[in-house]
Design a protein around this ligand. Structure first.
Ligand SMILES: C[S@@+](CC[C@H](N)C(=O)[O-])C[C@H]1O[C@@H](n2cnc3c(N)ncnc32)[C@H](O)[C@@H]1O
Length: 251
C-alpha cells in the first residue's frame, strides 16, 4: 500500500468537508445524542474531523467533549467553527491533534464514539486492533462504545472507474460539486481507494481539488472477529479462561 496518509487526512479537500448537505450526513446526529444520554461525564470522540458530531452533542447535552483528530487541515476548520459558538460550548470542547490508533489520556470515559465510518480510515487491520485497544483502555467499566461502518459492495470491474456525484450546491457565486471516483480495490487485504473530487466553478473558471481516500472495509465476520479480540480481553480481565468460555458455550 503506497503512502495513503495525506489523502486520508483530506490534505486538499478538508475545507470543503462541511459543504456536504445530504440527509445521510445529518441522520446519525440524534442517534449519537441518544446514546450520550445513557451515560454521564465527559465524552471522547475519535477522528472528530471538523466537529460535525461533537458540536451537535455539546449543544444538545451541555457535556464536555474530548476530540482526537490527526488531520491539522480538518482541525483548522473545527477550531474556526468553534469560535462562533457560545463560550460555554467553547470551554466544553477540547481538541487534540492525535492518532486514534495510538493515544493515551489520563482518564476514562463512559461514552466513546467514532462516527461516520472513521474507523475505516485506518486501512490496515493491525491499526484497527490498536485503535480498539486504545478504546478499551479508556472506556469505563459500564461505558458505551459506538461506531459505525458501511456495508461493503461488490468491488468488481463494474465498480472500478465509476464516478458518482454526491452533491452539487451553490455558495454565493460559486458552484461546488463533489464526486467520488472508484480507483482500486484490494479484495485480499480488504481495502478500497477512491478519489474525493471537488470541482469549484466560479466566473466560468473550474478548479479541481482531489484527495485519494484509502478505506478498509469489513464483511460481517471480519468485524465480529476483530471485536471478539476485545471481548476476550474483557473476559480475561474477569479472570475467565478460554477453557471456561468454551465450557460455557458447550453447555
Ligand atoms: C469520514 S471522516 C469522519 C469525520 C467525523 N467523524 C464526522 O463524523 O464527520 C474521517 C476522519 O478520520 C480522520 N483520520 C484519519 N486517520 C486518522 C487517525 N489515524 N487518527 C485520527 N483521525 C484520523 C480524518 O482526518 C477525517 O477527519
Amino acid at each position: 500500500m503506497e503512502d495513503y496518509l495525506s489523502g486520508n487526512l483530506y490534505y486538499n479537500t478538508a475545507v470543503y468537508y462541511d459543504y456536504d448537505n445530504r440527509e445521510i450526513i445529518k441522520d446519525d446526529l440524534n442517534f449519537y445524542v441518544e446514546y450520550a444520554n445513557k451515560t454521564e461525564g465527559a465524552i471522547l470522540e475519535l477522528a472528530s474531523g471538523t466537529g460535525r458530531v461533537s458540536l451537535y452533542i455539546a449543544e444538545k447535552t451541555g457535556r464536555m467533549l474530548e476530540c482526537i483528530e490527526l488531520s491539522e487541515y480538518m482541525l483548522e476548520k473545527f477550531r474556526s467553527k468553534l469560535k462562533n459558538f457560545p463560550k460555554n460550548i467553547q470551554n466544553n470542547i477540547h481538541i487534540r491533534n492525535g492518532d486514534m490508533s495510538n493515544f493515551m489520556l489520563d482518564r476514562k470515559y463512559e461514552y466513546i464514539i467514532i462516527p461516520w465510518r472513521a474507523l475505516q480510515w485506518l486501512p490496515i487491520r493491525e491499526q484497527t486492533i490498536e485503535c480498539l485497544n486504545c478504546v478499551y483502555n479508556h472506556l469505563s467499566d459500564n461505558g458505551i462504545f459506538v461506531f459505525d461502518i458501511f456495508k461493503p459492495r461488490v468491488y468488481d470491474a463494474n465498480w472500478l472507474g465509476k464516478e458518482d456525484v454526491s452533491y452539487s450546491i451553490i455558495d454565493e457565486n460559486k458552484r461546488i460539486i463533489r464526486s467520488t471516483i472508484n480507483h482500486y480495490a484490494d479484495t485480499e487485504k480488504k481495502y478500497i481507494q477512491y478519489k474525493n473530487k471537488i470541482r469549484i466553478l466560479e466566473n466560468n473558471v473550474e478548479t479541481v481539488k482531489e484527495d485519494m481516500l484509502t478505506i478498509k472495509y469489513y464483511d460481517y465476520n471480519d468485524i465480529v472477529n476483530i471485536l471478539k479480540i476485545l471481548i476476550l480481553k474483557l473476559l480475561n480481565n474477569l479472570d475467565i479462561t478460554i477453557k471456561e468460555i468454551w465450557m460455557m458455550v458447550m453447555k
